[in-house]
Design a binder for this molecule. Structure first.
Ligand SMILES: [Zn+2]
Length: 508
């Protein structure tokens, strides 16, 4: 974990490296100062079950130039020194399937029954998507319906036959009291209820979803998962698995269990979270989680969320918020209704930009640190067409940072946006494939308003993206159209530029 501060004018920077993720909390605080509010970072050292039983480390590194790019290099070296640098090439040497997902969009089939999901995969393939990480997500694992398991197995086989990798949503964090009216579902870990839950010192249960929910104690992650993995990888041709929550949950009250029958602490919880992903690696499966807390990177092939700032998806509060909330909750404009954005008739309309898609705020710090180590994409609720007025912008961000597209959509939207899906496949994924195994070596703003940005990769390839509404001319005379990009490669004679293979999204 780290926290960086840079002076954009001078390029000077300060990086705070925080190796003890189990006992470190980082907060943003609103600090009133001379009639203004300054948002200031606050570092908190926390105990492990009430005791400060291990050393707590805090490192400061300074750089006098190159701002966050220099800080990213410092963080990469720090991460490697902790033994966590493992490249996608190294992961591919262990599991060659990594080569088959480079540039591949992530797709969540928002449907049921299973055969319908397979039809969606076929429609996606017909739209020109030749590789894909396909989630059979909204189909329950079990159903009282006769023959359901066979339908599921057949649907997975159909999707695999397209050359796609198939995975499913899974998690070992939340558990719920069994509800006979709803039937059993593995996804909510009812078999862990009620005695395998994290308990506070006073005996009360830690819960994220009310009194009929709880948090599974780390002692039971692996026993619960082994049972499910054994059964499912036998019954279904899954080649990958998405374990939710691991990459987003920090180390708070849910990482300390005081039940005398199964006590555990923060360090043990970290080991067991890692062990879940390591178990998928051991079985030769591709592994993923949400967001992107980076101690998990050595065990993860793709992350759903690191492209979405700051957390979850677009968030539009209806009332005024503090500066602090603005930083943490992806807010730019107050009072905007996301449903209005979703229902806008013209998908090429200009919409107010949130933190996530606005060039004003973003830097590709995560990619500068980790691009050659793990594939990152948008958060799983934050698909390209959700809302579709951001599709073109999301394509540009994906191109700039070399990250594949994300879809979580419906059969009728695949039909409606078939042309945009085909375009995105070529406009984004063809390029992402080219740089997928590279380190991102540089990023810079070419205009003061940040509307034109450039990234470079270790293979000598790079891209200049124009987020602006006006065309942009390079000193070499090439012109980049509004909302478009040019790729380049370094040659002995300078840079050789190339136009995208097709128009962006809804562009004419
Ligand atoms: Zn416990």
């Amino acid at each position: 974990m780290c926290l960086g501060l840079v002076d954009e004018d001078t390029g000077e920077g300060l990086l705070t490296s925080l190796p003890d993720i189990e006992t470190t909390m980082l907060r943003w605080r609103d600090v009133p100062m001379d009639k203004q509010t300054v948002v200031a970072p606050q570092l908190v050292c926390r105990s492990n079950k009430g005791s400060f039983d291990r050393p707590w480390h805090l490192g400061f590194s300074v750089s006098d130039q190159d701002g966050y790019v220099a800080l990213a290099k410092i963080y990469r070296a720090f991460f490697a020194a902790k033994g966590m640098h493992k490249t996608l090439r190294e992961k591919a040497a262990e599991n060659p399937a990594v080569h088959e997902i480079l540039g591949a969009p992530v797709f969540w089939a928002n449907t049921r029954p299973p055969a319908k999901a397979a039809e969606m995969a076929e429609a996606f393939r017909e739209a020109g998507v030749d590789r894909c990480l396909f989630a059979m997500c909204n189909v329950p694992l079990t159903s009282p319906e006769p023959g359901y398991q066979d339908q599921m197995a057949a649907a997975i086989k159909r999707v695999r036959s397209l050359g796609y990798h198939v995975y499913r949503y899974d998690q070992y964090r939340d558990a719920f009291e069994p509800d006979p009216a709803k039937g059993q579902s593995h996804q909510i870990n009812t078999n862990a209820w009620p005695d395998k839950m994290v308990v506070r010192p006073d005996g009360s249960r830690v819960a994220a979803f009310g009194p009929r929910s709880g948090i599974v104690c780390a002692k039971y992650f692996i026993p619960l998962a082994m049972e499910t993995f054994d059964r499912e990888f036998q019954a279904f041709d899954y080649s990958a698995r998405f374990l939710d929550c691991l990459g987003s949950v920090g180390f708070n009250s849910e990482s300390e269990c005081f039940d005398p029958a199964h006590p555990c602490d923060r360090y043990y919880t970290r080991e067991q979270r890692t062990a879940l992903l390591a178990e998928l690696n051991r079985r030769g499966k591709l592994a993923a989680t949400e967001c992107g807390i980076d101690y998990l990177i050595p065990y993860v092939h793709w992350l759903e969320g690191a492209s979405t700032l700051v957390r979850w998806k677009e968030f539009f509060p209806r009332k005024a918020t503090t500066e602090n909330v603005g930083i943490n909750d992806n807010t730019v404009r107050k009072g905007q209704d996301p449903m209005r954005l979703l229902s806008k008739l013209d998908p090429s309309a200009t919409a107010e930009q949130s933190v996530s898609v606005s060039p004003r705020h973003r830097i590709p710090f995560y990619s500068l640190c980790h691009h050659d180590e793990v594939i990152v994409t948008w958060r799983w609720e934050d698909g390209m067409d959700d809302p579709h007025v951001y599709w073109q912008l999301k394509n540009l961000w994906s191109v700039l940072s070399g990250t594949p597209p994300m879809y979580r959509t419906t059969a009728d939207r695949i039909a409606k946006y078939r042309e945009q899906i085909t375009r995105t496949q070529h406009y984004v994924s063809d390029w992402v494939k080219e740089v997928a195994l590279d380190q991102m070596t540089n990023h810079r703003f070419l205009t003061d308003d940040h509307s034109v940005q450039e990234t470079e990769f270790s293979s000598g390839k790079g891209v200049i993206v124009n987020f602006g509404a006006m065309e942009y001319a390079l000193p070499e005379k090439q012109v980049i159209k509004a909302h478009d990009y040019l790729t380049f490669r370094k040659t002995d004679a300078g840079r050789s530029y190339q136009r995208p293979p097709c128009p962006n999204g809804f562009a004419k």
